[in-house]
Design a binder for this molecule. Structure first.
Ligand code: AMP
Length: 209
């Protein structure tokens, strides 16, 4: 199954995708994660996109489309995938149609206030990338990863000004994709407000998987 996960930052797309990978046995392809790895490894791509991402703006379409086109050409993506964080603009959606045929677009629906609460409390392990939340998913020891003992930090793009910017960018540039895909008959809505287990149940019911 070839799926696109749509929804504002903080809707829980990444967490859900990790669960859906187990369920559907297809790879999770997150453009944000690919960019963050490139930044951590200081590759030419990482150096080019770091400032843009830290400010909560979008990387240009050309760079992002080329990256996804290459990734989807790999062997593991042939029988299916979960695209998380792509497309984020109409231009990206149109380009995607040129190189892959998606089956469904899952729209994770959540109000801005819930997004702000989730993102501002998110902490990520510097070492292994595990996610925590200071209210909803606390580590056993403050600031320390349960899994590997690494230090937890706040992503630069989870700082308040960047969260505002990311929400603005989402509403202006990405939310139009909801109608775009609804008109094509590909959209499935999932209420992303409840706790993760309930959202998974909603997702499974919506997709009948
Ligand atoms: P995410 O982890 O999906 O929230 O992505 C983190 C950041 O990576 C975004 O705020 C953008 O700066 C950048 N990014 C990820 N995916 C895309 C995309 N499809 N188009 C442009 N920029 C992207």
């Amino acid at each position: 199954m070839k799926l696109v996960f749509l929804g504002p930052p903080g809707a829980g797309k990444g967490t859900l995708a990790a669960k859906a990978v187990e369920l559907l046995q297809i790879p999770h392809i997150s453009t944000g994660a690919i960019f963050r790895t490139a930044i951590a490894n200081k590759t030419p791509l990482g150096l080019k996109v770091k400032e843009i991402i830290d400010a909560g703006r979008l990387v240009d379409d050309e760079t992002t489309i080329a990256l996804v086109r290459e990734r989807l050409a790999e062997a593991d993506a042939q029988k299916g995938y979960i695209l998380d964080g792509f497309p984020r603009t109409i231009a990206q959606a149109e380009a995607l149609e040129g190189f892959s045929k998606i089956d469904r677009v899952v729209n994770f629906d959540i109000p801005d206030a819930a997004v702000i609460e989730r993102l501002s409390g998110r902490r990520v392990c510097k070492n292994c990338g595990a996610n925590y939340h200071i209210l909803f998913s606390k580590p056993k020891k403050d600031g320390i990863c349960d899994l590997c003992g690494g230090e937890l930090y706040t992503r630069d793009d989870d700082k308040p000004e960047a969260i505002q910017k990311r929400l603005e960018v989402y509403r202006a540039q990405t939310a139009p994709l909801i109608d775009y895909y609804r008109k094509k008959g590909l959209l499935v809505d999932v209420d992303a407000r409840p706790a993760v287990d309930q959202v998974i149940t909603n997702f499974r019911q919506a997709l009948k998987v």
